[in-house]
Every structure is written in structure tokens, then in C-alpha cells.
Design a protein. Structure first.
Ligand SMILES: Nc1ncnc2c1ncn2[C@@H]1O[C@H](COP(=O)(O)OP(=O)(O)OP(=O)(O)O)[C@@H](O)[C@H]1O
Ligand SMILES: Nc1ncnc2c1ncn2[C@@H]1O[C@H](COP(=O)(O)OP(=O)(O)OP(=O)(O)O)[C@@H](O)[C@H]1O
Ligand SMILES: [Mg+2]
Ligand SMILES: [Mg+2]
Ligand SMILES: O=P([O-])([O-])[O-]
Lengths: 280, 220, 317, 290, 280, 220
């Protein structure tokens, strides 16, 4: 967290920290602006505002039910699957508003997602990765290249290169999750969303994934939701802490800061209570 | 939620630290007492006691390790642990000063007796008072108090410089023999060590400020 | 800062979502099913028109069936249908659940594999085959070895008297065999779907195998098993051929379960092709309608129950 | 004997009882198979059992003639079930997908209800409907009408089993697909459906087997024929009908034919099962691991 | 871990550490003696030997598949559920051999178990707890007392006391897990086995459970299997580290020591590699 | 697996520590140089440089916090971090000694010039050598080397005592004026500080032993 040394003004509670204060953090990739989210009548998010820096790992932590997954699923419009759910406010990906875009498929290719349980498609390892590219009508050689490349980048190639045609389900849990990552980067997205990607894995597989994430930041902007504070601390450059508003019953952003700051000098009482396990 | 185990660990650590503190205090007292009474055996005793202090320190450090590695504290908790450890280090060093003073007493006992000048008593009381009060500030987590205690440092410095000049003049007046010179130098070093003790107290005060506010400050 | 950002946008944009053409297409296709059902009912209503006009509701409560005098009543057929179906269910349900429990036991031992495939084979056998088997094998056997002994022992009990080769009981037995696979297959899947944790917890608490099964697993599977039962019941009600072949085709309300009877379906199957005139066929079609009505009632009733239990089921799942 | 011992014993007893019931349940199967083979085989082994499609003129009074065949019945069943499958399977599968993928839609609740009712609808009634709807207007029985009847019969079974299979697929699969930026229809048809293949297939097979064994809906739609008919626009014979008709005739030889036909019917149905399972085994294996 | 201060001779690798060196650890509750375990042909455990001290929390950690759950399930003979599995060696509970006993019901009343996912029975909260007592044919008032008491001890009473007749499934995940614990202590066992009791819970619920465990040690001997090293470190007094033998493909006990020692001065290279995340 | 992030953190910490070490070394050198050349401004410079050293120390400590709170190190990793931090503390203190020497140079410059006795050069070289070598031992994690370096401590002690006695005699010979006395005392304190530096080196050596073997030892 070399940047963080240079961090000068930690954010005061919610609101957007001065990203430019972080050298090398570059322009914000995702600008979340007073975002509220409704499941029908139920308000799950209220006035969330912060910027997600490019090519950095941003972790979202908070107690269960505070709206982490919801927030994440706004970024690739996954919530469209939920009937009469709606998002109010603005989320900009490189300046264009995600919420109002009608180009859903393109959006989801730009913003990939990795889920809690690795769900390998019921086909061979190779087909798992080439599935989307094929349907997107890529040329065969391009697809072949993509398979190689994404497996390589997902730190999985060595383990599977001589069994690419085995069913993906024959892989171990950790490998399956890395396969999911490979599958997701095969269509070369810009942002990768991860919803508790390790909560179904054992510590070793988890550390493997964490190392992988560290290397992936060279090319991708990563947003990870995790229950595991220590994990957020280990892997992320920035951390957003969310909480369910006790009276309003909706999730809100309590604090957003560079990870090292948040875990050493949290600005908000509630953040401190949570990370030190004195919460609720 | 309270995190029972962790809290228990912290409590026992705090308590261990206080034990160290009181021991250090008594050590310094004993050393100065021996000096005043020119009591070689008492000085000897101080030197042996220090072993126990070091042992306490070792255990304390070990326990800090265990707490950090088993409880993964962060933020305030981690600061608190580290702070306790730093303070322990300072206390251990204070103990060393007490030992040095005792050693010098050993030297002085061998020399012809002379009345001890008042400043030493003053400085001793001041130092002990500082140690005592800083420990209180630590226990009831009283940050302003800590700052106040640290501020008393310059009082001791003033005395130290006075003693220093007087002794130098005395040696400079031309009719001191080797014993006299040795005595003066030794006393000078005693004063020096007392002054160092109060410097340590300042450090402790800084640590206390840190472990409560997380601010790194320069006191004194 | 946040506020400024918010003001920068004139109005907070509400998310728009593009339509889902795929959904419309499959939705349209799916509509064919209700459409078909509706069409069936309407057509039959229209066809049965004359009979309905003539007899009205009396049709359901009168017992006469006389093509010559063109006077028709459905009561015996209704009785036969419902009677056979429920009798069959009474026989098949305990067996079916027992088999399901055994099959759902973890660990694919060979014997269980054999049993499982056996049950699935039962499902694959066409009902008409059951029919002919029942006609030439089952019926005579039960007559000799069940009905006669029972009736002699239970002399005096009216509804256990007067054995006959073809009759209600035999029909019910055949039906029981035929609905067994449906019951077993679904029940087994439901029981398998009960989270393993439940069983392990019960065992870990020192419960025996039976206590676990009876107090934990079956209650959790209740809703599903109930659904299976309803499905089986529907099948039993509509079953035609096998029943026709062994029930004896006597248009009366039998005084004994061994006596011949008739079911709605059988009547239609036997008489429709020879039916002439206007009222006669109409009456037969109305029988078909009644049959649909009965099954409809059962299904709806079931759906209501399932809905009330399924909330609980969802909780237990 | 203390309480725990009592519990142990009763548990054993119940377990034994259940195994007993299971075996009991299999007895009919054994008997049916045994008798069908024992009584059917003799007549099946005559070659003309299949090829001599002539049934002796039975009116006014039937001299017992052996060697009447069932070849035309087999063909008839094949044609009608085939046509029915062509109609029912695609529709049924799509319907099932709709029910599973859009289960939240209000309309799907009604569709589901319709399916349940239709499953429960007696096949004979369906026969009546098709009679009134297709036979009466065209003034003649036909294989087509038979096929339609069977199709209606198969439709809800396929739909519901498909729904079951699809909704068993972990939601993660669906979301992963969509998150890759694939359109909904591709995900549903090219990802979810293959994954659900085993369930769907078993459902389809169940339906086919059921249709193959159905008699009632054919009685007044395909009606039956004495000769080999290939044109579905005419009345057609079907195996179950053969069994039904012959079995009830008071002629030993014809009853033998019925048994033979029954044997053939069973063999056919089981054959469909096994073959299609074998053909689709890889897909089943893959999806089975989900 | 006050005891641990006094620990003098840390165990050298596998083999049984001198429990008596730990004042107050009391007699070993479970003596595991060269225990091997087979799933049919497959050898899952090999020569595991250590003592589990009474009224202490003993954690079992190790990578996935190393046989933690298997070992745990030997202690209450759960493995009887797995067809043709078999245990060789000796496991003594207060001196009587578990492996050869025919009194399974009694054993399982003495050795309770809490599983990874809380699976409340499909009945009311009250009935969930009175399930086992009822089977044991306790009197009604005794049962009522047991319900109260165990809910109390499971730190759940306050939260549910006025809804004891609601379906247990209406509780939150964390509450369900505490219910499982209550259900298990209702028949007052001597040992409680826990197989990753928190891996399905969020951090807050997890810490609640951990605190609960700390209080339970007053009356119970607890053995917990966990993937989460930090958790083992936080809650347990003793830790056993297991590993899959690379060539033999069977799990073995690598090191057993007081937790604080194991996490500060592991005696075995592999232990150190594992706890510092340098493993595999 | 390597734990990339954590390793990166450790590396940068080690590097920061080495930077501190080299700085301390040059500080001591500069201070002694100023003393030899009686160069007031150079001494002044040493005092200012110390600010930077303290800043480095502050940052280092902060980073250790961040690593512990974000990476939850245990066992060897934790020892290593703590060890680095302790060493940093010692280095910072050594820097303070350099500053004191520089201050005393300030005093001496005001006094009439006299040739500096050889021992100071020797002690200086020895101290600097120790600091340098202990840093090397730290970098290439060479425990025996560290012990060896610590052992050199008594060499300096010997020199210190000789200087002490000589100076006391000199003052005791009856014809020293105040300036002379002041000069002697000051030089004596310079020697004292040099001796303290090598004590610190011993502590560092102990820390190195600890962070590699986990053994707490008493060297020197
Ligand atoms: N499809 C939905 N319909 C209605 N409410 C929902 C839906 N999904 C989530 N919620 C509610 O929205 C709130 C936030 O849910 P969300 O899953 O985002 O929380 P979370 O932080 O991800 O929790 P967890 O950490 O357990 O995943 C919760 O109160 C939840 O009950
Ligand atoms: N029922 C079973 N039949 C055959 N092998 C089994 C069975 N259960 C477990 N195993 C094997 O035994 C070994 C140990 O399994 P076990 O579940 O005890 O490991 P574990 O340490 O609990 O793993 P995890 O941490 O993932 O739960 C594994 O290799 C597993 O494949
Ligand atoms: Mg979530
Ligand atoms: Mg396990
Ligand atoms: O096979 P069925 O008797 O229902 O026509």
C-alpha cells in the first residue's frame, strides 16, 4: 500500500474522499453518486456516494444484510433480474451513466462478475471459458488465444493445461473459482466484481485467490464484497464500510478510505467498533 | 459484543505493566536511599532486584506476542498493545538507570564521606514523583495528566544543569584530589541518570498519548 | 462533496431496463396449455349440452342408466370412480412412502439400486398391460385367496361379503400397483432433498434411525409427499382401461367392495363408440365432464392445501 | 430391558417392516413381467405374428384363426407417438422453461395450475375432446387426431418435469451466464437447458412411454384398423388398442395375440427408455455433476 | 491463556504432549491412541495420537481434506452412517473405548455435536430443544427446565423467550446456530464437537458464538474443527494441526500444542508454513 | 504460496530500516568528525539531520502498524516485524547519542583547544564499525555475525574505563581551571555516549537473534 503513505486527508465519514490525494490511483473508474436502491417498497441503499479508483482493489465490508451485494449488483445491472427493484441516483462508468444505459450486454461485458460459489458450466474446462466468446461470435483462433491467456492470467494454466477437455466440475473448489475468474476475464472486462469469492474456499485456496487478485490489478479494476474483514485488510487498497441504518432499515456508506487508514485510524466510531469486533 | 478472551488478555497485560511500574518506582527509591545512606549492600540489592524486573519485561513482551498472534487486534486495540509494550521497554530502561545509580553508590561508598547536596534529594523526589504519576495516568487512561507529568521534565533539567555547573566549578577551583574528582564525576553521572529517567517518563507520556489518540507527539 | 455531485445532475436518474423479448415468446408458447384446457372444457360442455339441458343437476344424484328410455344418472359411476381411487390410494400410500424411505437411504448399495430400477420399471409398463394381467391373473387369484376367505371369516359384515372375480377391490388393487411408482419416485426425491444436516443432527442427538425418519425427515418432506399423493390420486381417478377390464362394469353402487361396479371413465370407454341418438352420447360426454370436474376439484383443493403448507415447507427446506 | 434398548429394538423392527413393504411392492412387477413373457412369447415367436396384418372377418361369427399380426399396430403406435412427440416436446420444454425462469411472473402461476389440472385430466376425457374437436368435423377417425390426443396428454408432463429440472439448476449458473453479457435466451436455451438435460429427458421419456401405453384417448380418435396404414390421415391401429380389444374377446387365440402384443409394447417402451438414455449419457453425466 | 504461561515442554511434532504440564488442564477427557480411519479402501487418517484435555477448547486445523471432520466424527461414532467405513486404534472417553462400544445412543448423549450449517428441525424453537429429552422420556417439568436452562446457557434466551413457539426456521443464521448449540447441551453432554460452526455465519454472529464458547468451557469439553486459523487462535486453548500426507494420501497429526505456542513457536516447519500462509 | 502483498511490505520495511541504519552510521561519523575538527557548524548540521531520522522512525513504526493490522502476521512473520521495530527504536536512540556528542562538540568549541586523546578516535571507529557490521548482519540475516559484533562491546568498555580514569586523574592533579574541568567532563560524557552506542548495538544483536530464532538472549 505504497500509495497510502502519501494519503493526506482521510475521508470524514461518508462522502467522497479526495482520490487525487492518492498518487497513481488515477481517475475514478466508477463514480457512485447519491445512489439509492429499492426492492419494491423496501429501501436497501440510501445515498451512497464514493468513487472507485481505477486498477485498484476496493473492498466493501459490513455486517450481513447491509446492502453490500446489492451495491455490487448495481454496477453490472444484475438487479434487473429482480422484479420491480429500482436504483435512483447515478453510477458512472468512465463518465457514462450505468443506470440509464440500454446497452446491458455491452455493460456486462465491460463489468464482469465472480460469485460466491464457483458455478462451472456443465462442460469441459475449455468450453467453460470459450462459451461466451463463441456466442459473441469470435473467430476460432482468437477464442483459442483467449482461453490460453485467461487461464494463464487466472494462475490456473499450469494446473489444467493437459486436461483442458475434462469436465470443469472435476476441479477442486479453489480451481473452480479461479476458472470462474478466467471465464470472466476471457471477454476482457475493465471491472471485475467479486461477491464473497472465497467464502466457500479453504484458507489455502483463499490465499491463492488473494495473490491472484493482487496480480490482476495490473489490468483490472476490482471491487470485492467480503464478510471477512481480515481478507479485506489483506488484499484491498481501499475499503468501504457499510452499515444498516438502525431506524431507517436501509444500508448506507459509513466510511470510505484507504484500507490501511481504515484499519488503523477509522474516522467513525461505528467503523472502529466493527473492525475491532465490538459491534452490536 | 465484548470479546471476552481478548479483554481478559488486555487486563492481565495492563496489570503486569503496573506491576513493572511499581517495581521500577521502588527500585529508583531504593537506589537513591542507598546513595543517601551510603549503604553498599542496599545498592547491591537493587542490582539483584533488576533481574526480576527484566524477567517481568521478557514475559510481558512474550504475552504481547501471544495476544497479537492469537487475537489479531486492529486500530485502537493494536495501538493499545503496542503502546503497553513500548511503555514496558521504557520502564525496563528506567530500571537500568536505577541499577547504574546503585553501582555509582558502590563507587562513592569507597570514597571519603561528604554531605550530599540538596539537589539530589530534590531531583530524586521529582523523578520518583514523575514515575509514580505517569503510572497513574496510564492506569486511569488520563491523557492530559500524562502531558502535565511530562512537562515537569524541565524542572529536573534545571536542577541537573545547576548540579552540573556547581560540580564543574568545584573541580575547577584547583584543590581537588583524585578522590574528589572521582566523587564529583560520579555524582554528576548520578544526576545525569536521574535526568535520563525523567526523559523516559516523557517518552512514556508520549506513548500514553499515542495509545489513546493515535497521535504521535513530541513532549518535553 | 456528495451534495455537489448530486446537484451536478439535474434529476437523479431512475434506472430504465430494456424489455425481455425472450420472455414474451416463451410466455406465448406457455399460454397454449391453459388454452388447451379451456378448449377441452368448453367443447365438452357444448357437446354435453343436450344432456345437461335435459337432466340438470339431477344427473349427479340419480343412479339410473337406461339408453332405451334415455334416462341417465351418474351417481354409481361417480361412486365407483372415487371409491376405487381412494381405496387404491389407501393401499399404495404407506407402501410407496416406505419404499421411498428405503430408496432414499444414503449410500448406493446394490440391492437398493435394483429396487430403484425395479420401481422405475413399474412406471414404464403401460396400463393396458396391467389391465390384461389383472384380468387373467390377479383377479382370479384374489378371488380365490383373498375374497373368499375374508368373506367367510367376516360373514355378517355386509361390505365384506359376496366375493366376485371382477369388482371394486380388484380395480383398486390394480390402480394401487399403477400409482405406486408415481408416489415412490416423487417421495424419494423429496426425501433425498431433505438437507442431510437434519438427519445428522438428529442422529448426533442420540435419536435412533426410526425416530429420525419419523420425527424429522418425514415431517420435513410432508409437503412434497402430499403433492405426490395428489398426483397419484389424479392418475387413479382418470385411469380407464385397466379398471375397465377388471371392475366388472355393473352400473350400480355395490354393497360390497368385492362386487362389480363401474367408473366414469369405464362407462365412456365401453359405450361411447356404440352410443347413438343425441341424448345418449351427450350423457356419456357429460360423464367425461363430471370426471374432469372431480379431478379439477381434487387438484384445486390440493393446490390450496399445498399453498398453505408450502410456506412451512419453504421454511423447513 | 431399559428404555434405550427398547428404542433400539423398535427402530430395527420398523426398518425391517419397510424393507418388507419394498419387496412386496416389487412382487406385482415380477408377476406382470413373468406372465407377459410366459404368455406372450409363444405367440410372438411366430413370424407371421408381426407380418400377417390380416384379422379374420369376425362378423357375424368368428371362427378362431391364428396368426393375425400386430405389425400394423406397432407402426401405428410409432407414427402417432412420433407425431405427438414432435408436437408436445418442443412446446412442453419451452413451457417448462417459462415456468422455471419466470416463476415470479403472475401469468406463470396460471399456466402452472393449468398444467396440474391437465395432468390430472383423464385421458379418456381428452379422447372425447379430440373426438368432438377433430373427428366430428372431418367425419372420420385419423392417426392425426390420435396423435393430437396423445400430444395433449404428454404436454403437461413434459412441461412440469422440465420446470422441475430447470429450477433445480443452481441460480449461480444463470447469473454467471448473464454476468458474461449473454442475452437471456442464450443463457436459458444454451446454458441452462443443457444443464437440466437429464431431468428434461427423463420427463420426455416418461411422457413418451405414457403415450405409447395409452389406450383410452385412441379409442375414438385413431379408432383402430385391421390393415397396415401409413397415412396418418386414416384410422390407425395402436398396440394398446390391440391388447385392449383382443384381450376382451372370448377367443383363446386372440387373447394369446393380446399377450404377445403386450409383450411387444413393454419391450418397445423399455427400449425407448434405455436407448435415449444411452444416446444422451455424456450430457447426463456432465449435468449430473452439478 | 493463563495456563499457557506455565507450559514448559511444548510437544515435539506429533505424539502426545505432556498434558500434566498444564496446571488446571485436568485429566485428558478423550485419549486418542494411534487412530487410523478407512473409508472402504481409502485411508483417511493414520496413527493419530493425542489427548484432549477436559473443560478446554481444543481446535483442529488443517487444509481441506486432511481429515478434520473425519477425526471429529469418530468421537461420536457419526461415521457409522457411512457404509463400510472403519476406525482402527483406540479412542477413550474417560477410559472407556468409544470404538468398540455398542451403546451408541448413550455415547451420543455424552458427546454432542454441532454442525456447519445450523439445521433447525421443522418445529417450534421449544420443540427443537425438547426433541432429545422427549426421546429420553424425561418428565415434562424437567424438560421445561432443560429448555430454559440450555437456551440461557446458549446466550439465546433473551432473544427468543417470548417467541418459543415460533418455527425455529424463523431465526437468523446466527441464532439458529446458537439454537443448535442449545439443542445439543439440553441433554447435558460432557463433550461438544463443533464442525466449522461459524463458516456459514457473518463476523458478528461468529464473534457471538466465540464468546459463547469461551463461557461454555466452564462445563464442557469443546473440540472445534475450523478452516479459519484466526478463529482457532482466538478461541482455543489447544490446537492440533493436521495435514494430508503427500505420498500416503492420508491425514495425520503434525503438531499438537497449546494454541499460543503453536501460533508463536510452531515446532514443525509445515505448521509454520501453514499458519503463516506460505503453504503448498 | 508466497503472499505477494505481505512479502512486498516486509521488503519495503527492511529497506526502510537499512536506510535508517546508514543514516545513523553517517550521523555518528559526522558527530565524531565535527568533534575532531572542532567544527561547530558541522555539529549543528548533525543536530538538524536528526529530525529526518526521527521522521524515518515515525514512518517505520506506522508502517509496522499497518502491516500488522492488515496482514495479521503470526509466528516468524510477527517476530520479524516486531524485531524490525525494536531495532528501529535502538537506531533512533543511537541517533540521539550522535546528537548529544554533537552538542558537546558545541561546548568544547567554546573552550581553548587541546589535542584530543587517541582513545576517542579508536572508540569512534569501533562504535561505527559495530553499527555498520550489525546492519550487515541484519541484512543478510546472519545470526552468528550479530553475536560476534555484540562481543566487541567489551573492547569499547575497556577504552571507556581507561579514558574515565585518565580524565579523573587529570582533574585530580590539582591544577585544572573550570574550563579544563568542563572540557574533561564533557569529553567524559562523549566517551560515555560512545559506550552507550555500543550497548545499543548489543541490544540490536539480541533483537536479531530473536527475530530469527525466537530466542530471547542476553549478549554482552
Ligand atoms: N431480491 C430481494 N428482494 C427483497 N429484498 C432483498 C432482496 N435481496 C436482498 N434484499 C434485502 O436487501 C438488504 C440487503 O441485501 P444484501 O444481500 O445486499 O445484503 P448483504 O450485505 O449482501 O448481506 P450478505 O452479507 O448476507 O450478503 C437485505 O435486508 C435483504 O433482506
Ligand atoms: N463419505 C466418504 N467417503 C469416502 N471418502 C470420504 C468420505 N468423507 C470424506 N472422505 C475423504 O476423506 C478425506 C478427509 O475428509 P474430511 O471431510 O475429514 O476432510 P476435512 O479436513 O473435514 O475437509 P474439509 O476441511 O473440507 O471439511 C478427504 O480426502 C475426503 O475425500
Ligand atoms: Mg451478499
Ligand atoms: Mg470438514
Ligand atoms: O392408460 P389409460 O387407461 O389411462 O387410458
Amino acid at each position: 500500500m505504497a500509495d497510502v503513505q502519501a494519503w493526506t486527508t482521510p475521508s470524514a465519514g461518508p462522502g467522497r474522499p479526495e482520490l487525487r490525494a492518492v498518487p497513481g490511483a488515477g481517475a475514478p473508474k466508477l463514480k457512485v453518486d447519491s445512489l439509492s436502491f429499492y426492492y419494491g417498497k423496501f429501501k436497501a441503499l440510501d445515498g451512497v456516494t464514493f468513487d472507485i479508483p481505477e486498477k485498484r482493489i476496493t473492498a466493501i465490508i459490513g455486517p450481513s444484510g447491509c446492502g453490500k451485494s446489492t451495491l455490487l449488483r448495481v454496477f453490472n445491472r444484475m438487479y434487473d433480474l429482480v422484479p420491480n427493484s429500482r436504483a435512483v441516483g447515478a453510477v458512472e462508468l468512465d463518465g457514462e451513466n450505468i443506470l440509464s444505459t440500454r446497452k446491458l450486454l455491452e455493460l456486462r461485458q465491460r463489468v464482469g462478475m465472480v460469485f460466491q460459489r464457483p458455478s462451472p458450466f456443465p462442460m469441459s474446462i475449455r468450453d467453460n471459458i470459450s462459451f461466451a466468446p463463441r456466442l459473441l461470435g469470435w473467430k476460432n483462433d482468437r477464442i483459442r488465444a483467449a482461453v490460453e491467456d485467461s487461464l494463464e492470467r487466472a494462475a490456473l494454466l499450469d494446473e489444467v493445461k493437459d486436461r483442458l477437455d475434462d469436465p470443469a466440475t472435476s476441479l477442486s473448489g479453489g480451481q473452480q473459482q479461479r476458472l470462474a475468474i478466467a471465464r470472466c476475464i476471457a471477454v476482457s472486462p475493465e471491472v471485475i466484481l467479486m461477491d464473497e469469492p472465497c467464502s466457500a474456499l479453504d484458507p489455502i485456496a483463499t490465499l491463492k485467490i488473494e495473490d491472484l487478485m493482487a496480480t490482476l490489478t495490473r489490468d483490472f479494476t476490482i471491487v470485492i464484497v467480503t464478510h471477512n474483514m481480515q481478507q479485506a485488510a489483506r488484499v484491498s487498497d481501499f475499503t468501504a464500510f457499510m452499515l444498516m441504518n438502525p431506524d431507517g432499515r436501509f444500508g448506507e456508506l459509513i466510511e470510505f478510505a484507504p484500507t490501511a487508514d481504515l484499519f488503523n485510524q477509522p474516522q467513525d466510531q461505528r467503523t472502529e467498533a466493527y473492525i475491532t469486533g465490538r459491534f452490536g | 459484543m465484548p470479546r471476552l478472551t481478548f479483554e481478559r488478555e488486555l487486563a492481565s497485560l495492563r496489570e503486569a505493566l503496573v506491576r513493572m511500574g511499581t517495581l521500577v518506582e521502588s527500585q529508583i527509591e531504593a537506589a537513591l536511599d542507598a546513595l543517601r545512606r551510603r549503604d553498599g549492600s542496599a545498592a547491591e540489592k537493587v542490582r539483584n532486584e533488576d533481574q526480576y524486573l527484566n524477567e517481568l519485561f521478557r514475559q510481558m513482551r512474550e504475552q504481547v506476542f501471544m495476544v497479537i498472534s492469537t487475537q489479531q487486534p486492529v486500530a485502537r486495540d493494536l495501538r493499545y498493545l503496542m503502546g503497553l509494550q513500548w511503555i514496558a521497554t521504557e520502564l525496563e530502561r528506567m530500571g537500568d538507570y536505577a541499577v547504574r545509580i546503585a553501582r555509582m553508590t558502590g563507587t562513592l561508598v569507597a570514597l571519603p564521606d561528604r554531605p550530599l547536596r540538596a539537589e539530589f534529594g530534590l531531583m530524586g523526589e521529582l523523578a520518583i514523583g514523575q514515575v509514580h504519576d505517569i503510572l497513574e495516568a496510564l492506569i486511569d487512561q488520563n491523557e492530559p495528566r500524562a502531558r502535565e507529568v511530562a512537562a515537569r521534565d524541565n524542572e529536573i533539567d534545571r536542577l541537573y544543569h545547576r548540579v552540573f555547573e556547581d560540580l564543574v566549578k568545584e573541580m575547577g577551583n584547583g584543590h581537588v584530589d583524585t578522590d574528589g574528582a572521582l566523587r564529583s564525576v560520579t555524582l554528576l553521572l548520578v544526576a545525569h541518570n536521574l535526568e535520563r529517567i525523567s526523559d523516559r517518563v516523557t517518552n512514556v507520556a508520549e506513548d500514553i498519548v499515542f495509545l489513546h489518540s493515535g497521535q504521535v507527539v513530541e513532549l518535553g | 462533496m456528495a451534495v455537489a455531485g448530486a446537484e451536478a445532475r439535474p434529476v437523479a436518474a431512475v434506472s430504465r431496463r430494456p424489455g425481455d423479448p425472450f420472455r414474451r415468446v416463451v410466455g406465448l408458447v406457455a399460454t397454449l396449455v391453459p388454452a388447451a384446457l379451456l378448449l377441452i372444457i368448453l367443447t365438452l360442455l357444448q357437446q354435453a349440452g343436450p344432456a345437461i339441458k335435459q337432466f340438470g343437476l339431477r344427473f349427479l344424484v340419480t343412479s339410473e342408466w337406461n339408453p332405451v328410455t334415455d334416462s341417465f344418472g351418474a351417481l354409481p359411476a361417480i361412486f365407483g370412480t372415487v371409491g376405487t381411487a381412494f381405496l387404491a390410494l389407501a393401499i399404495a400410500l404407506p407402501v410407496g412412502v416406505a419404499v421411498a424411505v428405503i430408496l432414499a437411504e444414503p449410500g448406493q448399495t446394490r440391492i437398493r439400486g435394483v429396487l430403484g430400477t425395479g420401481i422405475e420399471l413399474l412406471a414404464a409398463i403401460p396400463s393396458v398391460v396391467y389391465g390384461i394381467w389383472a384380468l387373467y391373473v390377479l383377479a382370479p387369484w384374489t378371488y380365490e385367496h383373498l375374497e373368499i376367505p375374508i368373506s367367510t371369516h367376516a360373514a355378517g359384515i355386509g361390505w365384506l361379503g359376496d366375493p366376485a372375480v371382477r369388482g371394486l377391490l380388484n380395480a383398486a388393487l390394480v390402480l394401487a400397483v399403477m400409482i405406486l411408482p408415481t408416489l415412490t419416485a416423487i417421495s424419494r426425491d423429496v426425501i433425498r432433498a431433505v438437507p442431510r444436516g437434519l438427519k445428522e443432527n438428529a442422529i448426533a442427538l442420540g435419536a435412533t434411525w426410526w425416530e429420525t425418519t419419523w420425527r424429522v425427515i418425514l415431517p420435513s418432506a410432508r409437503a412434497g409427499i402430499f403433492g405426490a399423493t395428489i398426483l397419484a390420486l389424479g392418475r387413479a381417478l382418470g385411469e380407464t382401461i385397466a379398471v375397465t377390464m377388471v371392475i366388472g362394469n355393473a352400473y350400480v353402487i355395490p354393497h360390497s367392495i368385492f362386487q362389480p361396479a363401474y367408473t366414469l371413465a369405464s362407462v365412456v370407454a365401453n359405450e361411447f363408440t356404440e352410443a347413438t341418438g343425441t341424448i345418449y352420447p351427450a350423457a356419456l360426454i357429460e360423464l367425461g365432464l363430471v370426471l374432469i370436474l372431480v379431478t379439477l376439484v381434487v387438484n384445486v383443493f390440493a393446490l390450496i392445501l399445498v399453498h398453505s403448507t408450502s410456506r412451512e415447507a419453504r421454511l423447513t427446506a | 430391558m431399559n428404555r434405550n434398548d427398547r428404542r433400539r429394538v423398535s427402530s430395527r423392527a420398523w426398518l425391517g417392516l419397510m424393507y418388507l413393504l419394498t419387496v412386496l411392492a416389487l412382487i406385482p412387477l415380477a408377476l406382470v413381467l413373468w406372465f407377459t413373457i410366459a404368455k406372450g412369447l409363444p405367440s410372438v415367436i411366430h413370424p407371421q405374428f408381426f407380418f400377417n396384418a390380416e384379422l379374420p372377418p369376425c362378423e357375424p361369427k368368428c371362427p378362431a384363426v391364428s396368426g393375425a399380426g400386430v405389425g400394423h399396430a406397432i407402426v401405428g403406435t410409432g407414427v402417432m407417438v412420433g407425431l405427438a412427440s414432435l408436437m408436445a416436446i418442443p412446446i412442453g420444454v419451452l413451457c417448462g422453461i417459462y415456468l422455471a425462469e419466470y416463476s415470479i411472473a403472475r401469468w406463470s402461476a396460471w399456466v402452472r395450475l393449468a398444467c396440474d389440472v391437465l395432468v390430472g385430466t383423464p385421458s379418456i376425457a381428452i379422447g372425447l375432446f379430440v373426438y368432438a374437436f377433430l373427428v366430428v368435423p372431418f367425419h372420420h377417425f385419423s392417426g392425426y387426431s390420435g396423435a393430437v390426443a396423445l400430444a395433449i396428454l404428454m404436454l403437461p408432463i413434459i412441461a412440469r418435469t422440465t420446470e422441475g429440472a430447470v429450477s433445480l439448476i443452481p441460480n449461480g449458473l444463470r447469473e454467471s451466464g448473464l454476468a458474461l453479457g449473454l442475452p437471456r435466451w442464450r443463457v436459458s436455451l444454451q446454458l441452462i437447458l443443457p444443464a437440466a438435460a437429464p431431468g428434461v429427458i427423463t420427463g420426455a421419456l416418461l411422457a413418451v412411454a405414457r403415450a405409447g401405453g395409452e389406450t383410452a384417448p385412441l379409442l375414438f380418435t385413431a379408432f383402430g384398423a385391421h390393415l397396415l396404414v401409413l397415412n396418418p390421415n386414416q384410422a390407425m391401429q395402436a398396440l394398446p388398442v390391440t391388447v385392449f380389444r383382443y384381450a376382451l374377446l372370448p377367443y383363446k387365440s386372440l387373447q394369446a395375440q393380446a399377450w404377445g402384443a403386450a409383450l411387444v409394447l413393454i419391450v418397445l417402451v423399455l427400449a425407448i427408455n434405455l436407448i435415449s438414455r444411452w444416446v444422451l449419457r455424456r450430457q447426463i453425466a456432465l449435468a449430473g455433476q452439478l
